[in-house]
Design a protein around this ligand. Structure first.
Ligand code: AHM
Ligand code: MG
Length: 332
């Protein structure tokens, strides 16, 4: 479906969401409200991140999250903020979060939606003042309205997403999202406390010359990937890796490139989580003309079995992703 209204640069996020909702005569406004809830929580996280160094909330808390990783104070703060915003907002019945083992039941059993979220991705970068992000996916629940959320509500494949996005807390803060009709990016203006449309209808370049991968695990990469990487070097592509998925993805979306997190000896199935990291970015990649696979199959078609399952991730400009896949297949 084509957009009937084309919002112009500078449109405030609230107005944009309202305009989009008006294009659908039967829309009830619940998804719009849910997007506003996420945008509001992100403003609060943005404030916390900006004062992290000053407020003594930087650094680890000495405990581990459900995957045995050192948890940062801000990870927990972000998790609490988003859970609270989604619970109080009333449109979400269940949440899967990177920080929590099982389903978070918000108590809104009449709500239509479930959310998978990584409240603060790349949080090890906070201590060194490097950008971090929030990643979210929204699904329509499968279980009957009025009941608690179920495992089936949360374990839907990525093709079922009705909206997804990320917030990038960088040199400026941006919210980038899609409801399945293209991708739009909004930049936060802190003095006004509002996001404004700055990147309308974002398009991923067909091809690029940036590759983003942690090459520290090179010796244990699949042979096909080693072969693809040597062609990147032969062509003198630029290697760019922040180690903050949202930032690496965002740069490659704007400039053209490929981001890869393969299987390694340390992470046999890759490091990134399907439900709240890969699916959302795969949705945005496809919505902007890019591509996302696990090296062999489309990320969005993987049927999840566990809330925190991992997958190798190859995402970005379609020509580059296809080429990487060809190399992987050659060595099968
Ligand atoms: P996190 O969810 O624990 O923050 O881990 C995810 C992050 C991504 O942002 C980033 O792309 C990746 O881990 C970096 O991993 P590595 O340090 O192995 O390169
Ligand atoms: Mg993460």
């Amino acid at each position: 479906m084509m957009d009937k209204l084309t919002a112009s640069v500078g449109t405030a996020l609230d107005r944009f969401i309202q305009q989009k909702q008006e294009q659908f005569p039967y829309a009830t406004g619940e998804l719009s409200q849910l997007l506003r809830d996420i945008a509001l929580a992100a403003k609060i996280i943005n404030r916390e991140i900006n004062r992290a160094g000053l407020a003594g909330i930087e650094g680890g808390v000495g405990s581990d999250n459900v995957q045995g990783e050192a948890q940062q104070k801000l990870d927990m703060i972000a998790d609490i903020r988003f859970t609270r915003a989604l619970s109080k907002g009333g449109e979400t019945c269940g949440i899967i979060s990177e920080e929590i083992d099982g389903i978070i039941d918000t108590g809104n059993h009449h709500a239509k939606y479930v959310v998978a979220i990584d409240p603060l991705d790349g949080s090890s970068n906070i201590d060194v003042n490097v950008l971090v992000g929030t990643i979210f996916s929204i699904y329509r629940r499968r279980s009957p309205i009025g009941r608690p959320p179920t495992k089936e509500d949360m374990l839907q494949q990525g093709t079922e997403q009705i909206a997804a996005g990320y917030v990038l807390y960088g040199s400026s803060t941006m919210l980038v999202y899609s409801t399945g009709y293209g991708v739009n990016g909004f930049t936060y203006e802190p003095s006004l406390g509002e996001y404004f449309l700055s990147h309308p209808n974002m398009k991923c370049k067909e091809d690029g010359s940036i590759y983003s991968i942690n090459e520290g695990g090179y010796n244990t990469f699949p042979e096909g990937l080693k072969s693809y990487l040597s062609t990147c070097k032969e062509r003198e592509f630029s290697a760019r890796y922040i180690g903050s998925l949202v930032g690496d993805f965002h740069r490659n979306l704007l400039k053209g490139g490929i981001y890869i997190y393969p299987s390694t000896s340390k992470y046999k199935k890759g490091k990134l989580r399907l439900l709240y990291e890969c699916n959302a970015l795969a949705f945005l990649a496809e919505q902007s003309g890019g591509m996302a696979t696990d090296g062999y199959q489309r990320i969005l078609e993987i049927k999840p079995e566990h809330f925190h399952e991992r997958t190798p991730f190859y995402v970005g400009s379609p020509k580059m992703v296809k080429e990487a896949m060809e190399h992987l297949n050659e060595y099968e």
